[in-house]
Write a protein that binds this ligand. Sequence first.
Ligand code: ASN
Ligand code: ZN
Ligand code: CA
Length: 325
Amino acid sequence: GEIRQAALATLVTTANLRGERTVRGLIAGALAAPADGRRSVYDCKGSTFLPFATLVRSEDDGPVADPSANRAFDGFGSIRQFFRDVFQRNSIDDRGMRLQGYVHRGHRYNNAFWDGQEMVFGDGDGLVFSDFTGSLDVIAHELGHGVTEHTAGLEYHRQSGALNESLSDVVGSMVKQWALQQTADQADWLIGAEVFTPTIDADALRSMRAPGTAFDNKLFGKDPQPDHMDRFVELPDTDEGDWGGVHINSGIPNKAFYLVATGIGGNSWEAPGRIWYESLKASTSTTQFQDFADTTYQKAGQLYGTGSNQQQAVKEAWAEVGIPV
Ligand code: ASN
Ligand code: ZN
Ligand code: CA
């Protein structure tokens, strides 16, 4: 990243001084590599074995008969453009990685996931959950896991895992707000508002504005997400324990991002997004809540000035969720 850019800048300068047009041309060509991240969407036709899936829509194809395939394809397009325009990031790996989606995975499968290579979506059972391609923020959440894997590589358990989950919700929420051109105050801050069938009494999978309030019904009970370190949920580091509550304790950093975005005001993907994205790139596989909070405070100071209102909003947000910086 930065080192390569600096090295290229040095080469360009040297080439300019020597007037070596050929070298300069080569470098310019390398720098102007086409922004790609070409899309491929596959139909699993109910199988859980991805190699059995068939290609239904690729980059140069127009809409196809399958609405799930089109939603995944169009969603990838929006998210790709979001990363390009807002963060100057070329796809998942910043090197134009192909965006591969698999729809109709399994029979009535109630989830979606990133598997390290591709984004995979279930149809839902039709009773509780509907098609997981139905929420743009869910598609962006899964793609966000790819971005995290290719940047900080946050380990998917305990606090680093909850940060990994939260960063995917932050991406999901920012992409949705950007697509709708909503300010932080106008947004609903819900993740997966469209994935429940209309019969289910639930707002969404999660709420970043008010973690713990996304649902409260007979089927699921109350949304278990905390919004403060005092209510951090200790769970075993097992599949059963959600790897230490990665989808539960993510409520804490989610609330911090919401507070920063509303505290600064305007669009979440501008200053708040920039601070979070720079902090993600400065994080490691074992970054904990406190480390991440400290990094956002430091980045806000570097980007917007020490004592700026952006930095002040970051400080107040983390204090409000019990992680003072
Ligand atoms: N939808 C979930 C997620 O992306 C699936 C999982 O637990 N990996 O976090
Ligand atoms: Zn996730
Ligand atoms: Ca609903």
